[in-house]
Design a protein around this ligand. Structure first.
Ligand SMILES: [Zn+2]
Ligand SMILES: [Zn+2]
Length: 189
């Protein structure tokens, strides 16, 4: 029986599919490392990728939270919430469904603008590709989606895409309150 020595652990094992993985890129037709070493390599690589991803997600949550605070709107995100979104979306962009490499936290209704009243709650957040995030910015959702459809990308509009928000964001509310007070004084005076 043919045998082969692993380039990593240096153990010689029978050259069968039980111990070795086929590798068409390798001249011998087999991987240079035994299956045990390959599995260990994959496990470590996944662990490193996992930590890197959770760090990126935590950072993205921090950024979104800071933007929300600056805009005076409620809602707090965490890396865990964003990681759940990513799983829900099968690692794909919420809008165009492309497989995500780099990603952006997208507020379905833009954050805190008087017209859209978007908050920073998990319901108002999805994970989008950089292209979608940039091209959607500042545009009404319906017209942007129709432009997406023109490029052959279909996103069925969901009720969750337009979360209902009863309350006005705080700055808008305060401005309105000042305005009504001012008008009332004007009328009385
Ligand atoms: Zn080995
Ligand atoms: Zn996209």
């Amino acid at each position: 029986m043919d045998v082969k020595t692993c380039s990593k652990c240096k153990v010689t094992k029978p050259l069968t599919a039980r111990h070795w993985q086929r590798d068409s890129c390798n001249a011998t037709g087999w991987h240079s490392q035994c299956k045990t070493c390959r599995r260990e390599y994959d496990r470590r690589r996944d662990a490193v990728r996992g930590t890197r991803l959770s760090r990126r997600l935590a950072k993205a949550a921090d950024t979104a939270n800071a933007r929300a605070r600056a805009a005076g709107v409620p809602g707090t995100l965490s890396g865990l919430i964003l990681s759940g979104k990513l799983t829900e979306q099968n690692g794909r962009c919420y809008w165009c469904h492309c497989r995500l490499g780099s990603f952006h936290v997208d507020h379905k209704k833009p954050l805190g603008t008087a017209f859209f009243c978007g908050d920073n709650s998990p319901d108002n957040v999805c994970i989008a590709c950089p292209d979608c995030n940039a091209s959607k910015a500042g545009q009404p959702l319906a017209s942007w989606l129709s432009r997406l459809a023109e490029r052959g990308i279909r996103h069925e509009l969901q009720p969750a895409d337009m979360p209902v928000q009863a309350k006005l964001p705080l700055p808008e509310f305060n401005r309105l309150k000042r305005l009504t007070k001012f008008l009332a004084l004007g009328l009385l005076g």
